[in-house]
Design a binder for this molecule. Structure first.
Ligand SMILES: Cc1cc2nc3c(=O)[nH]c(=O)nc-3n(C[C@H](O)[C@H](O)[C@H](O)COP(=O)(O)OP(=O)(O)OC[C@H]3O[C@@H](n4cnc5c(N)ncnc54)[C@H](O)[C@@H]3O)c2cc1C
Length: 409
């Protein structure tokens, strides 16, 4: 792939899912590809993702899938349709990692892990002649040129025919992506929406009792509501608030409300499978007990079926009402005052990033012709469920195709 007999030279900065997929597309197109990454090894966040069971994508139809990307759906659609969930599963299978659909519709490799898939992927890239330079941090970039700093502190400037930036968001900076690129690109006039935590824990001003006795305790079988969204699932009490799948699912909406109002009120149903009347009856019966005069803790445990952590959460909402009916009503609608998001360093993903107005339909930066971007660097967010990796792989492939087209012109 070149205008003359020489192979085109392409640099990819960032060896996460999006950068590696761009490398594959470009390697297959015949480019001379070098991946630079600041870490000693590639795709550390992908490996981290694999620790909890790598959720590669989701099996739902496109009409449900694409809206998960909210306002960014329209801009991401062509890339995701070009490398859709079925194509991603086929790609994984070709790398020796067959996938299956879990009960929630989420798609996982049968091994559940990221490491075998990554190993096979890197082997394929090696076979395509893709070079890898680790411990090289990007310092500056312009059309056709970039400067990296090596581990030894030496700055090198290299010329390339095209460059793909796939530097990730700002969550889990220990894995390599720290969002440090924002300043570098903002200095060149590129509009970037501030990086914010997504799929993250939320902060609550717990009482000392809650912090000291219940940090780390799970809250199982909840129904959470906020802003018209209702989520069934679990949460974990932390020193500073709440985290876990059900919280992550609402975290985008909660984050925006806290940003606008200073706080948000999350509502939790601690007994979603029992209606209020039945619950009140059980509470009343437990209150009478065999000998009568049961303690309120016993009533909540035996009558309402609450764990000590759930009972403590209930009490955080204020003094308990007196009547069984009112206690039941509170259990089914506990208000929790959210005062912030947990730090981005612990978030699953990042909201914000390079505005879509800054890139063309091939993800090339309009202000830096020949420089393409992919993955979490772009301004989109999505819930957990495989949507993150799907968009990263798909935009990586799209940027790769964009580079190939650019180099032919
Ligand atoms: C705990 C956890 C679990 C997750 N589980 C899932 C899951 O099951 N399913 C799912 O869909 N998503 C999951 N994700 C999200 C998913 O891992 C990310 O969306 C994805 O890795 C982002 O890919 P990326 O290529 O955009 O960036 P990254 O994977 O972050 O890769 C960016 C690369 O760029 C390098 N880099 C950054 N800055 C520089 C620089 N200045 N110079 C050189 N190199 C640089 C980094 O070292 C890194 O290797 C999870 C995330 C976390 C934290």
């Amino acid at each position: 792939m070149s205008k003359n007999s020489e192979k085109s030279r392409v640099a990819i900065i960032g060896g996460g899912p999006s950068g590696l997929m761009a490398a594959e597309v470009l390697g297959q197109a015949g480019a001379d590809v070098t991946i630079f990454d600041r870490m000693p090894s590639l795709a550390r966040k992908l490996l981290l993702a694999g620790r909890g069971g790598l959720n590669l994508t989701h099996s739902e139809g496109m009409q449900d899938f694409l809206p998960r990307y909210g306002a960014a759906a329209e801009r991401l659609a062509p890339a995701i349709e070009a490398l859709d969930p079925d194509a991603l599963r086929a790609w994984s299978a070709q790398l020796g990692e067959d996938t299956f659909v879990g009960s929630s519709g989420r798609v996982f490799p049968k091994s559940f892990k990221a490491s075998p898939l990554l190993r096979a992927f890197l082997r394929r890239l090696g076979d395509l002649g893709v070079q890898v330079r680790t411990r090289c941090a990007l310092k500056s970039v312009s059309s056709g040129s970039l400067t990296i700093e090596t581990f030894e502190g030496v700055e090198e400037t290299h010329q390339f025919d095209a460059i793909v930036l796939a530097l990730g968001g700002a969550s889990w900076p220990r894995m390599g992506s720290d969002g440090g690129w924002t300043q570098m690109l903002a200095d060149q006039g590129i509009a970037i929406s501030p990086l914010r935590p997504a799929n993250c824990g939320m902060m609550v001003n717990w009482s000392q009792t809650m912090r000291e006795r219940f940090a780390g305790a799970p809250l199982k079988n909840l129904a959470l509501s906020f802003g018209g969204q209702h989520i069934r699932g679990e949460a974990i009490i932390t020193q500073g608030g709440l985290e876990g799948g059900a919280i992550y699912a609402l975290s985008g909406a909660l984050r925006e409300e806290v940003g606008a109002q200073g706080f948000a009120t999350l509502r939790i149903d601690l007994r979603p499978d029992m209606n209020e009347t039945a619950l009140a009856r059980k509470i009343e019966a437990a209150r009478q007990g065999r000998s009568g005069g049961q303690s309120i803790s016993n009533v909540l445990r035996k009558g309402a079926g609450l764990s000590p952590a759930a009972a403590s959460l209930l009490r955080e909402a204020g003094p308990l009402p007196v009547s069984a009916q009112d206690i039941a009503a509170r259990i089914k609608d506990v208000p929790v005052r959210i005062i912030g998001t947990a730090p981005i360093a612990r978030a699953i993903s990042t909201a914000g990033g390079i505005a879509f107005a800054e890139v063309d339909e091939n993800f090339m930066l309009k202000r830096l012709p020949g420089v393409f971007v992919a993955g979490e660097m772009l301004d989109w967010e999505a819930p957990t469920g495989g949507y993150l990796l799907q968009a990263c792989f798909a935009t990586g492939a799209a940027a790769g195709r964009g580079v190939a087209a650019f180099l032919k012109t």
